[in-house]
Design a binder for this molecule. Structure first.
Ligand code: HEM
Ligand code: HEM
Length: 225
């Protein structure tokens, strides 16, 4: 067994930014006072998931969707194997984890879109209800996800949390990925930081998309008001 690189940097940066933004959006959801922060973090979740859909197609071996398909029969086989003496082991996402990941990504998109609708008063009360429902369902899955990570770390005697941090797992030489893609990871980090800074009004006008749009709108209205 060797230490092999499994999770590229963009996947790890995506994961922890998603976890933080989701937690932040949830914690700021109830109060009108934090609504702006809630909306910014909600859009961050949407942006991150959009990136992940792209990276799922062009990313490295274990980050690609083709390496962790939705396969209900394999989920059952995997879960059954956990109760035997030789539980199935997967270098990338296991079949049950894969299913949870797709559900989390789908609910994140639903929460983001319905949040946008609620914020812009499109669609009425039921969309706001759907928004809350999607966010709560996502929270339920995240709790199950964290539980499953702990259980499967114990069963397989490998620290999955550490590998989502440093990218490495134990495996056969040749099974690992070769590149970390730090440049893509830096771009994701910069885009997120830029969006947050712009939303907080910290960027100079020329760099801030929202301020630039506001100026353009002002000029379009003949500079009045
Ligand atoms: C709070 C919100 C969280 C969300 C929305 C979330 C979501 C996800 C997603 C979408 C993936 C798939 C990664 C990918 O391929 O892109 C994943 C994997 C993973 N997450 Fe989380 N996660 C959250 C919190 C956590 C926490 C707190 C931990 C640590 C205790 C954790 C540990 C992991 C690990 C270890 C994996 C890789 C699982 C594997 O080896 O197959 N996650 N998570
Ligand atoms: C994707 C991550 C998101 C999560 C997890 C989330 C979560 C929640 C939750 C749980 C509530 C219910 C709060 C309550 O108890 O009243 C809520 C309300 C709300 N959220 Fe989000 N949200 C997200 C994204 C967004 C986005 C992107 C927007 C706007 C663009 C948004 C706008 C709102 C608004 C306006 C409400 C109040 C709805 C009402 O009138 O009841 N959210 N959100």
């Amino acid at each position: 067994m060797n230490r092999i690189l499994v999770w590229d940097l963009p996947t790890r940066v995506f994961h922890w930014l998603l976890a933080g933004s989701f937690a932040g959006a949830f914690l700021t959801a109830e109060s009108e006072r934090y609504r702006d922060i809630h909306v910014v973090l909600g859009y961050t979740v949407l942006g991150l998931v959009a990136f992940r859909f792209l990276w799922g197609v062009v990313g490295t071996r274990y980050a690609r969707f083709s390496s962790f398909p939705i396969a209900p029969r394999r989920v059952l086989q995997y879960l059954k194997s956990l109760f035997t003496r030789s539980p199935q082991h997967h270098i990338g996402h296991n079949p049950a984890g894969s299913l949870a990941i797709y559900a989390i990504l789908a609910l994140a998109v639903l929460a983001g879109i319905t949040g946008y609708a609620a914020y812009n008063e499109i669609g009425g009360e039921w969309l706001a209800e759907l928004h809350e429902g999607a966010a709560n369902a996502m929270l339920g899955l995240v709790v199950a996800h964290i539980g499953a990570v702990i259980v499967s770390s114990l069963i397989h005697r490998e620290n999955l949390v550490a590998s989502m941090l440093n990218g490495y797992k134990n495996g056969r030489a040749g099974e690992g990925i070769r590149r970390k893609h730090w440049f893509v990871a830096a771009a994701v980090l910069l885009a997120t930081a830029g969006f947050w800074a712009g939303s907080a009004g910290l960027l100079p006008e020329g760099m801030d998309i929202r301020a630039t749009a506001a100026v353009a709108q002002h000029q379009a209205h003949g500079g009045r008001g």
